[in-house]
Write a protein that binds this ligand. Structure first.
Ligand code: ZN
Ligand code: ZN
Length: 257
């Protein structure tokens, strides 16, 4: 009931939930972007998981030239989502390239400005939308010893720091670009779907006490290390981590598969 009330509050207040996870794993509630534009329909994790309001999903990827996500990563994301979401009319993808905005780093305000300029897909009728920007520079809030690989902010917006991912993949002892990129894309999408304890309630308590909105299981996709460059080498290996049972149960309990 508490979780239901929480979702309802988010819905009526129009507060965009910001799940920003750096090396400290801290997340904050963002009240700066309350969604007052007419195009801004505030969606909740339940909108993604269930079919109550939307029976199809269109995921828009806008990437900077040279930083296109791999076809295999997009395929894997779609298959991952189709196992967890009720979207009987399907999950579509739209990919668009843009020239480099010429930034040395990206702050959250920069990311919002880019979304404002380039996003074309918003929730409409029975079609839900989500937004990914694939950036050609690092996150401005990076700490010296750890770089952020992805962020989810607002109710349907994500950025993947693709240049940073290139830097930390493909080398000796590193995960492949495909594995790292897919891990971060799926991890951020799960934040939009309310994991962990970020709009989708927990059936059993499994939130990492040190890293808010992350799972305490170091084999789970929602372990905090998934989106930072200090991921443990044995955490991301030759395949993308799966969600554990606690995370899957939370999604199912909020309308998912
Ligand atoms: Zn995270
Ligand atoms: Zn988990």
């Amino acid at each position: 009931m508490k979780n239901l009330l929480k979702s309802f509050f988010v819905l009526i207040a129009g507060i965009a939930l910001l799940v920003r996870c750096g090396d400290d794993g801290n997340s904050v509630i963002d009240t700066e972007n309350p969604g007052t534009k007419p195009k801004d329909v505030v969606v909740t994790p339940h909108s993604y998981l269930s079919e109550d309001e939307y029976d199809q999903l269109l995921i828009e990827f806008v990437y900077v030239d040279g930083y296109k996500p791999l076809d295999a990563s997009i395929r894997q994301l779609r298959s991952f989502l189709s196992e967890r979401l009720h979207k009987s009319k399907g999950i579509g993808v739209r990919l668009t390239a843009i020239p480099s905005p010429g930034k040395a780093t990206y702050s959250l305000d920069d990311l919002r400005a880019i979304e404002e300029t380039h996003r074309t897909q918003y929730p409409e009728d029975n079609k839900l939308a989500a937004w990914f920007f694939l950036a050609d520079a690092d996150y401005a809030g990076n700490k010296e010893n750890s770089k952020v690989l992805g962020v989810a902010y607002g109710s349907s917006s994500m950025t993947i720091f693709e240049k940073t991912i290139h830097e930390f993949s493909g080398g000796l002892g590193e995960p492949s670009q495909h594995v790292l990129e897919t891990t971060v894309i799926e991890h951020e999408f799960c934040h939009v779907m309310g994991l962990v304890n970020a709009g989708t309630g927990m059936v059993q308590n499994h939130e990492d006490t040190e890293h808010e909105h992350h799972c305490d299981n170091d084999n789970c996709l929602m372990y905090y290390a998934a989106e930072t460059s200090n991921f443990l080498s044995n955490f991301i290996g030759s395949s993308v981590p799966d969600l554990d049972q606690n995370c899957i149960r939370d999604l199912q309990n909020n309308g998912g598969r």
